[in-house]
Design a protein around this ligand. Structure first.
Ligand SMILES: *Cc1c(COP(=O)(O)O)cnc(C)c1O
Length: 450
């Protein structure tokens, strides 16, 4: 009599004792591995694989499994701060810091004394070490949270009243109509500000705002002034705006704080991006609080940075909303490591060596075919509007794009003018081999009639 082959399927407890699956359970979690074991046993019961193949099937599945379903992607678009891909890729030190901070850490504890300490003191110190003109800094969840906190705490009603004599104080935040921006996915900064109950005092027109416009609103009792860098569009033609320095002098006259939202988080001026305001320049020009994102040009994790005068930052830190938007330990660890490491991957991509990019693109073409074409990369993430970053791309037939996105190594190319363009600017050179393999595999899948 023939024995039922299904009886030979290895039992669950035996499979879970396999040394490689014990290791996989540690990195992926026991229940994930258990799921893979049951799936392989089911396949054997259905006759898709033999009983002898069950162990290998589980090991193979465990090998390609990740603890989270977020899929790493090779960014071949040439867009450095790609919001759909999670913006700035972190430096090696920042990745290490994230892993180190995953367990218990002294984020709010002074180990020598055993007493509670200021949360995130080291991240704050690293930020201040890189921004000469800031007295103090506060790190929150993201740029939008920083804006919400600053607008609410400084543009609020009675709390913002400093002088009842020479004007009638009602609070509110003054913004030029030329700076009412939407930052993507229909998200408008003005809506964010009013959502928290702060009164918006619009001044000027779309193309021109003058010092007198601000002065009128300040005389009417505004609580603070906000200058927003219109990071994702450029206004040209018959235009006028008030520079940070002049606005700071005006705000001092009325004893109200000036908040400047620079958006991209450039620490200091960069010749590649001549129109991008830096945190340091805004502070030097007299801003009381400067707001920026951590995961744009700064090259760190998602975070909102607020830097400025000691008194202003203290006022923000005391506001109840500060607790609702505070940064977590992982963010604080990654920010500190990003800042201490010096140049970030984002900085390296922005300043990529053209000859080296060309050499890598030629080498890729030699391996996988296609045509090398001139291609401009972009800063992305609403930074460096319209600034082309000259470089090269490998042009392949457009049909490659979808196959590359769904390959074993996910690659996001740029689809343009009927071509699938592979720009190496945002791909670390140690991934060139994996990229070439992914393109070759995509070619095979296309050749096999998909
Ligand atoms: C990106 C941006 C924001 C929002 O910052 P997030 O970190 O994305 O929340 C706000 N203001 C400006 C000018 C920006 O460019």
């Amino acid at each position: 009599m023939v024995e039922d082959p299904r009886r030979a399927i290895p039992r669950t407890d035996r499979l879970m004792e396999h040394p490689q699956l014990i290791a996989a359970s540690r990195s992926l979690g026991r229940s994930v591995v258990l799921g893979l074991v049951r799936a392989a046993q089911d396949r054997a019961r259905r006759g898709e694989i033999s009983a002898a193949e069950v162990v290998d099937a589980v090991l193979e599945a465990a090998g390609s499994q990740r603890a989270s379903s977020l899929t790493p992607v090779l960014n071949a678009t040439g867009v450095i701060i790609h919001t759909n891909l999670g913006r700035a890729p972190l430096s090696e030190p920042a990745r290490q810091a994230l892993a180190d901070a995953a367990g218990y850490v002294d984020v709010e504890l002074d180990l020598p004394s055993g007493a509670r300490s200021r949360r995130g003191a080291a991240a704050r110190a690293a930020l201040l070490a890189r921004c000469r003109h800031a007295d103090d800094a506060l790190i929150v969840n993201n740029g939008a949270a920083a804006l919400l906190l600053a607008a609410t705490a400084l543009g609020g009603g009675p709390a913002a009243v400093t002088d009842g004599h020479h004007h009638c104080s009602h609070g509110g935040i003054v913004i030029s109509r030329g700076e009412f921006i939407e930052i993507g996915a229909g998200f408008r900064l003005s809506d964010l500000i009013t959502a928290a109950g702060t009164q918006l005092r619009e001044v000027g027109t779309t193309n021109r705002t003058h010092p007198e416009d601000y002065a009128q609103a300040l005389a009417a009792g505004a609580g603070c002034v906000l200058k927003i860098h219109p990071s994702n569009f450029a206004l040209t033609g018959f235009t006028a705006s008030v520079a940070t320095g002049e606005l700071a002098a005006l705000c001092r006259e009325y004893a109200v704080p000036l908040i400047v939202d620079v958006g991209s988080g450039l620490l200091e001026a960069d010749p590649v991006l001549p129109d991008e305001p830096s945190i340091d320049a805004a502070l030097a020009a007299g801003a009381d609080a400067v707001i920026a994102s951590g995961d744009k040009l700064l090259g760190g994790p998602q975070a909102g940075l607020i830097l400025g005068a000691g008194e202003t930052i203290a006022r923000l830190a005391r506001h109840p909303l500060a607790r609702a938007v505070r940064a977590d330990k992982l963010t604080l660890a990654a920010i500190e490591a990003t800042l201490r490491a010096g140049a970030s991957p984002v900085h390296a991509m922005l300043h990529a060596d053209l000859a080296e990019l060309r050499r890598r693109t030629d080498a890729l073409a030699a391996q996988v075919g296609g045509t090398v074409v001139a291609h401009d990369g972009r800063v992305g993430g609403g930074g460096g509007t319209g600034v082309p970053l000259p470089g090269w791309a490998l042009a392949l037939p457009e049909s490659f794009a979808a196959v590359l996105r769904t390959g074993e190594t996910a690659v996001l190319p740029r689809v343009h003018d009927g071509s699938c363009l592979i720009d190496l600017r945002c791909i670390p050179s140690d991934h060139d081999r994996a990229l070439a393999d992914a393109i070759t595999a995509a070619g095979h899948r296309l050749g096999n009639g998909r």
